[in-house]
Write a protein that binds this ligand. Structure first.
Ligand SMILES: NC(=O)c1ccc[n+]([C@@H]2O[C@H](COP(=O)([O-])OP(=O)(O)OC[C@H]3O[C@@H](n4cnc5c(N)ncnc54)[C@H](O)[C@@H]3O)[C@@H](O)[C@H]2O)c1
Length: 369
């Protein structure tokens, strides 16, 4: 199959659909890969690196869209990308179609087959192509908190791990899934005192075993959240209710009880956030203050570390991408996990939840159509 990798054009997006290392795997499997010039600039990969890995370099995205049987990207296609897609062409990328009817219309009109990273599943019911970005965001959240706690950044002026003779910071993580676990791992590693709240008791049991007593776990009643937030130097918001907006678990009243210069990092901001006072911020201006509490609410945290993020994403997408490149659309019909990723095919929405969010129908025969 001819696989095409255009340069990402969404603002401040520095990741790339295929790294040179991944291109090598596609080439070794007998596929040809065309990469747009400078597509890897954001991760420090040159055109020469791609050539060495077996790719051909194209001067423009137009050439890529014209030549490729499958386009591999990171972010959802922008209008000038979806208008170049054609019938039968496969696009494999994050789509996030539910809140984006314009893009959905564009993809349907093109007749392309669009497979969304975020709805591909695994045998455990997880979302394997979303998890790597949650791992990155979880780990980054503690770095962000540590920076914001510095006095020069308006924080309380404390070190997460303390030093001998001085107590460490108290970090409270609400939501003990992928983001929460990775945040806790970093915070524990730095020597902070960590509490994780999660409404799933089986999950609290797993966390208790995983951290072998190095974290406290707690069920998140309102009283428990109030007490933990009151005593915290850092609160990480990491809850997810799949398909729904994040519940507002920390009210402004609770926030007021915190010491001035404490920090909240709302990783769940991409689902609306779990603090009443959260609003999305960007890497260019990541923090703001409410009632003396520093808020960090960047909606695309992995974008800060595009090299790590691209590699983590490529590791996860590679087996699925290779299956599609080798078998074409049959890979989707044969693998229920890739089938779950199929969002658009021949002018129809093929994912029930996405169709419902868009107020469209999802006919059971959409794949055969
Ligand atoms: N800002 C970013 O750049 C960025 C990057 C990656 C992920 N995220 C977001 O981070 C959030 C968490 O993602 P994840 O991959 O860790 O999800 P996950 O499904 O692995 O974990 C979510 C956890 O929240 C728990 N939970 C749900 N409701 C709760 C409640 N009321 N109280 C306490 N716990 C509750 C669940 O039991 C689960 O363990 C999502 O909104 C995700 O989109 C943001």
């Amino acid at each position: 199959m001819r696989v095409g990798v255009p340069k990402e054009i969404k603002i401040h997006e520095y990741r790339v659909g295929l790294t040179p290392g991944t291109v090598r795997e596609y080439a070794a499997a007998g596929h040809s890969v065309v990469v747009e010039t400078n597509a890897g600039a954001g991760i420090g990969a040159t055109d020469e690196d791609y050539r060495k890995a077996g790719a051909v370099i194209a001067d423009t995205a137009t050439e890529i869209f014209a030549a490729a049987d499958m386009i591999v990207k990171v972010k959802e296609p922008q209008a000038r990308e979806w208008s170049q897609l054609r019938e039968g062409q496969i696009i494999f990328t994050y789509l996030h179609l539910a809140p984006d009817p314009e893009q959905a219309k564009g993809l349907m009109a093109s007749g392309c087959t669009a497979i969304a990273y975020e709805t591909v599943t695994d045998a455990k019911g997880g979302l394997p192509l979303l998890a790597p970005m949650s791992e990155v965001a979880g780990r980054l959240s503690i770095e962000a908190a540590g920076s914001a706690l510095k006095r020069s950044a308006g924080g309380r002026g404390i070190l997460l791990g303390g030093v001998p003779g001085v107590v460490p910071a108290r970090v409270v993580v609400i939501g003990g899934g992928v983001v929460g676990t990775h945040a806790a791992r970093m915070a524990v590693g730095l020597g902070a005192e960590v509490t994780i709240l999660d409404r799933s008791i089986p999950r609290l049991r797993e966390l208790d075993e995983l951290f072998t007593g190095r974290v406290r776990t707690r069920f998140p009643t309102t009283e428990a959240i109030e007490q933990e937030v009151f005593a915290a130097d850092v609160v990480i918001g990491a809850v997810l209710v799949p398909g729904a907006s994040a519940p507002k678990l920390v009210t402004r009243e609770m926030l007021k009880s915190m010491r001035r210069g404490s920090v909240v990092v709302d990783v769940a901001i991409d689902q609306g956030g779990c603090f009443e006072t959260s609003r999305p911020t960007t890497h260019a201006d990541p923090t703001y203050e409410v009632d003396g509490i520093i808020h960090y609410c960047v909606a695309n945290m992995p974008g800060a570390v595009p090299l790590t993020s691209s590699q983590a994403l490529n590791n996860a997408t590679l087996p699925f991408g290779l299956a599609i490149a080798s078998q074409g659309f049959a890979a989707v019909t044969q693998d229920p996990h890739l089938r779950a990723g199929l969002n658009v095919h021949r002018g129809r929405i093929t994912n029930k939840a996405v169709a419902e969010s868009l107020g469209l129908s999802c006919p059971p025969d959409a794949i055969a159509a």
